[in-house]
Ligand binder design. Structure first.
Ligand code: FES
Length: 605
């Protein structure tokens, strides 16, 4: 039996399959068996490494038999012929992953299974069957689940690269992450699933080579969010066919009101069972999400919007598990009418409640003037002003003048982006998050109203406007928004300078200027979006920075080619620059996976 550490021997490259010497056919047992070494050599050395037909193999003589194993450790590529073999278990010397020599199966889930090859001995020669028997996509899908369950980033990264590399539609791995996150976290929908959905939304804007990286960031955020958490168990619908959706909606709002997540969840499941469609469910959920003011700093409504966006990708058949995962967040949310800043020195909640009473009338008055509203600039000036009462009045006035729900929401989301574009770096660093919360909430209300333009959700626009109002001290003094002038630099040079700016700390204004100059000089927008997205992925995951960039891309889609659109992207670049550079350690894990997928050698002496 070959003992651990017994004499190593390397047989030089044997290209028996290479043509030209007249030996190719004679040296094969069948199409896939290749001659690798002499039996006596393997027996004498205990183990040898050979390179044959593009494969690096480790041959072990153990218990009177020869075993052939892929010589690259499946974890990070360490040469396995240098490992220790004891009692049939092969241990890699780099991170000590252990493998059953016979099957290649690993005892350490951070490593993949080692690939083993069938061996036959003929006339004193060792023949190895190098044909591939792996069902690679199936194996990658299984490994993705393994990585999610055990929160192993490298395994998730390898799976994402492998699945997208084998031309698999990103929808399938996205669904896997969505299902996993929705069930394996008692608290339900959280930051992980929000990041996962943001990444899926960003994917089409990214350079092709960055897409698996985005998938990896989303999937591993889900995995980390669920790590160590108890799972969630599904509820059954009410045992009746007769309950109607209006009643269920009313019950749902009441259960949220009294902070009962279980009752609220059963209403969601029952409504779906009763056949509620996408719009009806959006109405029910967004309504409860705006029954109180700016729930949880906007997160409740933002998560709800993201859940619907996730279903747009994954399909409505996943609605039960996804929408029911929101109930816990609704019931437990902080309500801003209980906060000092919304009550004092001006009672903004009272102003809002008075305005809500007028909504049915102003909507009716404006109904015949729709499509003709052009008051965006005037409204923005009031929204950025000092008077909460005037803001509510201006919003009502705009509706009366024919602004649609979507018009109004878009105008408020733009002013929320301006708060970030004008955010001076003299503020406390944590205040970036305050401005960000208002922006992502405003964007979520805007997107939600496109699904369900209801008077109840319209209250969210007013909440968002009040939050923009409360953030006004974060623009004192305001940072200068870049002028719409053409740069002397080429657009190529402007684009190229962005990564270097984000390698340095706090190049906030410079990053904003660079983005604005690029756009005002006629640079291609798609290339800029791909660049900003790529720079986001280069950093370690930060929930708020991901939200900022994703919401900005979403808003920009409706403002493409306008000055307002440029302001939105300036805001995204400034937020990203304020939060760069990070340690970029998650990118390092991803780069290791990518190099391994290319067959690069990571271990070098
Ligand atoms: S355990 Fe083998 S390379 Fe890490």
């Amino acid at each position: 039996m070959a003992e651990a550490g017994s004499g190593l021997r390397t047989v030089r490259v044997i290209q028996y399959l290479v043509d030209g010497k007249g030996v190719t056919l004679l040296d094969t047992l069948s199409d896939s068996f290749v001659r690798t070494a002499r039996l006596d050599d393997v027996r004498a050395a205990g183990r040898i490494s050979v390179r044959v037909a593009g494969h690096s193999l480790a041959l072990f003589f153990h218990d009177g038999r020869v075993h052939a194993v892929d010589n690259r450790c499946p974890h990070m590529g360490f040469p396995l012929h240098r490992g220790t073999l004891q009692d049939g278990i092969l241990t890699c010397h780099w991170h000590h992953a252990r493998f059953d020599l016979e099957s290649g199966g690993t005892f350490d889930q951070f490593a993949d299974e080692a690939r083993v090859f069938p061996v036959e001995i003929k006339d004193g020669e060792v023949w190895v069957d190098i044909s591939s028997r792996e069902d690679r996509p199936a194996n990658l899908r299984q490994r993705l689940r393994d990585g999610l369950e055990r929160n192993i980033s490298l395994v998730v990264a390898k799976s994402a690269i492998g699945l997208l590399g084998s031309a698999e539609d990103p929808t399938e791995p996205f669904r896997t992450g969505l299902e996993f996150g929705a069930w394996y976290r008692r608290g339900g929908w959280g930051q992980g699933l929000t990041i996962h959905t943001c990444m899926m939304n960003l994917l089409p804007h990214l350079a092709r080579e960055d897409r698996p990286r985005a998938l990896y960031h989303g999937l591993s955020a889900v995995s980390r969010d669920s790590a160590g958490e108890p799972p969630r168990f599904s509820l059954r619908p009410l045992p009746t066919e007769s309950v109607d959706l209006t009643t269920l909606k009313g019950w749902f709002r009441r259960f949220v009101e009294v902070r009962d997540p279980e009752g609220a969840e059963r209403c969601i499941i029952s409504a779906l069972h009763a056949g509620a469609d996408h719009t009806q469910m959006a109405d029910m959920l967004f309504c409860a999400a705006t029954d109180h003011r700016y729930l949880d700093g906007g997160h409740v409504l933002d998560f709800t919007n993201k859940a619907f966006e996730a279903l747009d990708v994954a399909g409505w058949s996943h609605a039960g598990m996804v929408l029911s995962s929101l109930a816990e967040g609704y019931a437990g949310a902080r309500r801003m009418e209980e906060s000092n800043s919304w009550r004092n020195p001006v009672d903004l909640v009272k102003i809002l409640e008075d305005a809500f009473e007028e909504l049915p009338n102003v909507l009716e008055e404006g109904r015949n003037k729709r499509e003709s509203w052009e008051g965006q600039e005037d409204l923005a000036a009031v929204l950025l002003g000092e008077d909460g009462g005037a803001i509510a009045g201006a919003l009502l006035g705009a509706l009366r003048d024919g602004a649609t729900e979507e018009d109004l929401a878009g105008a408020v989301a733009y002013t929320a982006a301006l708060r970030i574009a004008r955010f001076p770096t003299t503020n406390e660093f944590g205040d970036w998050d305050t401005a960000l919360h208002t922006f992502t909430f405003s964007n979520a209300v805007h997107q939600g109203l496109r699904r369900a333009p209801t008077p109840e959700l319209l209250r969210g626009v007013f909440d968002a406007a009040m939050s923009v109002h409360l953030d006004r001290f974060l623009n004192v003094p305001p940072a200068r928004v870049p002028e719409p002038v053409t740069s002397e630099k080429s657009t190529e040079a402007l684009l190229a300078e962005l990564p270097a700016l984000l390698d340095e700390r706090q190049k906030v204004d410079e990053a904003g200027e660079s983005v604005a100059s690029y756009l005002y000089s006629g640079g291609e927008t798609d290339r800029l979006l791909a660049m900003i997205g790529g720079l986001l992925l280069r950093e370690d995951r930060d929930f708020h920075t991901i939200q900022a960039v994703e919401a900005a891309f979403r808003q920009y889609a409706g403002l493409r080619g306008t000055t307002a659109g440029a302001h939105v992207l300036v805001a995204a670049a400034r937020y990203l620059a304020a939060h760069s550079p990070t340690m970029r350690s998650q990118g390092q894990t991803y780069d290791i996976a990518r190099r391994l997928s290319r067959g690069e050698i990571l271990y070098e002496e």
